[in-house]
Design a protein around this ligand. Structure first.
Ligand SMILES: Nc1ncnc2c1ncn2[C@@H]1O[C@H](COP(=O)(O)OP(=O)(O)OP(=O)(O)O)[C@@H](O)[C@H]1O
Ligand SMILES: [Mg+2]
Length: 495
């Protein structure tokens, strides 16, 4: 599909989100759309997909001006849109979800289940998902698989343009490989892709051209082979970012947290380690190795079954997140949707909710303090919003992630656990988060960082713990390990 967007403008209320944006996508091209959190990528995509109506500008598809302004009308044109925040109906089967709103019917007008299941099985096959049954409930699938089903939907409508908004943020490495194989295969058949990702390596691997937005404005379009990472960072941020990782020397204090043989059936076994104040312990491993599960065990969101947790040298019982909070533990979980952000509440409310007690005196909340605190986080994390009164649902995905972080930082924990803290955030914000981790470490906070990005977890941690198949197989000073060694431990459990 050949798409030309020109002079696109969009405002919400009196906030201009897009000004004079141009975008062109060629037949069989993978076109990457890049920009910082809040730059306007998802908004532009939603205009193309018929979710939002543009204020001005033109869209032509295969040379014909279009004014499709509903999702259905855009699908009719062959545009499929896979959301940044997945919208699946958990209690439906894969087949029902796939055919939702376009069920196949037999000549009597009844839903033709056999034919739907047949078509569904064929699609699953095409996507290398033959091990899934059309009857499987969506809730039984990992986010990665749910994403694949969304792509199957695109195939079902014979889409000629597939829009993927941060499709890999929740995928395992293996699922990413499968996705890329499918993208290449469809591309060879002439399907075009509009691809949004904050991961540079994916952009360079997959895309033919790149368009960059900054603050709702068009910065430029280039051939992927003509630019390098630094060029893109400069286009996106208007500056260059060097020394991404600036971890200071650790001055570890007393042992803040100790795990002794922590275990939970089927999730992790026999996990023991110590963590000192003023130290960053990184957790590396493949997705599914049990890292997040251990963190949930420490935080009590899914309490451990066996073993002991000691905080500041004393054994503690942690059965709920409340117990963990009482012991000064905070946990920024990997899945934003489970993070208890209240999308209809504003930034101030979301940021200060878990720490509200510290803003109250004799039952009265100090509103002025709430405001200053929220503004402090907005400034520090560069949260892009029109004001602290903005509802959270109106923030871009990456900026919502920053609010999660702000909210937990505000509880001033002794022990801070961060699970994939930079997923979906842009490179400038990444740097900011690394700097914050470093500052907290100097203030004596004991920190655990789980990350699937090897350079990240090695760049910011003093010690590294590596998990393989639900066991902790290695723990050592980070600077005694090479990336290759870490990968070997993660893949095989041994060196
Ligand atoms: N319905 C809305 N009302 C008000 N402001 C909005 C609304 N939707 C989006 N915005 C604002 O528009 C800007 C662009 O948001 P958008 O979601 O397009 O960013 P993005 O480039 O996709 O960012 P990310 O990388 O974080 O996903 C943001 O500042 C956001 O707060
Ligand atoms: Mg977005």
């Amino acid at each position: 599909m050949n798409v030309e967007m020109k002079g696109i403008c969009k405002a919400f209320g009196h906030v201009n989100v897009l000004t004079d944006i141009a975008l062109s996508i060629a037949d069989g091209e993978v076109h990457a759309l890049m920009g910082e959190n809040g730059a306007g990528k998802s908004t532009l995509i939603k205009i193309l997909a018929g979710v939002y109506i543009r204020d001005s500008g033109t869209v032509t598809i295969d040379g014909v001006p279009v004014d499709a302004c509903s999702i259905a009308a855009c699908q009719q044109l062959g545009i499929a849109y896979v959301h940044q925040e997945l919208n699946v109906i958990n209690d439906m089967s894969i087949a029902d979800n796939l055919f939702l709103g376009r069920e196949l019917r037999n000549r009597f007008g009844f839903i033709d289940r056999p034919r739907m299941n047949q078509t569904c099985a064929e699609l699953l096959n095409e996507l290398h998902l033959e091990h899934l049954s059309p009857d499987t409930l969506m809730r039984q699938l990992s986010v990665g698989y749910q994403q694949m089903i969304e792509i199957a939907k695109a195939l079902l409508i014979n889409a000629r343009l597939i829009i993927l908004d941060e499709p890999t943020a929740a995928l395992t490495d293996k699922e990413i490989r499968t996705l890329f194989t499918i993208v290449r295969k469809l591309k060879a058949q002439g399907v075009s892709f509009l691809y949004v990702s904050h991961r540079m390596n994916e952009i360079f691997e997959l895309s033919d051209r790149i368009t960059v937005l900054r603050d709702g404005r068009y910065i430029g379009t280039c051939q992927t082979t003509d630019v390098n990472e630094d060029d893109l960072v400069r286009m996106m941020t208007g500056r260059s970012i060097d020394n991404l990782y600036t971890a200071s020397e650790a001055i570890p204090g007393d042992i803040a947290l100790e795990l002794r043989n922590l275990g939970s059936t089927g999730k992790y076994e026999d996990v023991s380690f110590t963590l000192r104040a003023g130290e960053v312990l990184g957790f590396a491993g493949l997705m599914g190795a049990g890292r997040s599960e251990v963190m949930h065990g420490i935080f009590g969101s899914y309490p451990a079954e066996t073993g002991e947790i000691h905080v500041h040298g004393k054994p503690v019982t942690i059965k709920t997140p409340r117990d963990a909070s009482k012991h000064g533990i905070a946990f920024v979980a990997e899945n934003r949707k489970e993070e208890g952000l209240i999308l209809d509440f504003n930034l101030t409310e979301n940021t200060t909710l878990p720490s509200l007690n510290s803003f109250s005196k004799n039952g009265l909340v100090n509103d002025a303090a709430l405001v200053t605190t929220t503004d402090k986080h907005i400034a520090r994390l560069h949260i892009k919003t029109s004001s602290r009164d903005q509802k959270l649902k109106n923030l871009s995905g990456g900026n919502q992630q920053k609010v999660v972080l702000a909210k937990w930082l505000e509880t001033r924990p002794d022990i801070l656990i961060l699970d994939e803290p930079t997923r979906g955030v842009d490179i400038g914000a990444k740097k900011e988060i690394y700097d914050i981790i470093n500052t907290l470490k100097q203030q004596g906070v004991a920190i655990i960082v789980v990350s699937s990005e090897l350079s990240e977890v090695m760049g910011i941690s003093d010690r590294l713990a590596i998990m393989h198949q639900r066991r902790l197989v290695k723990i050592a000073d980070t600077d005694t390990l090479t990336q290759d060694q870490v990968l070997k431990y993660a893949f095989t459990g041994a060196q």
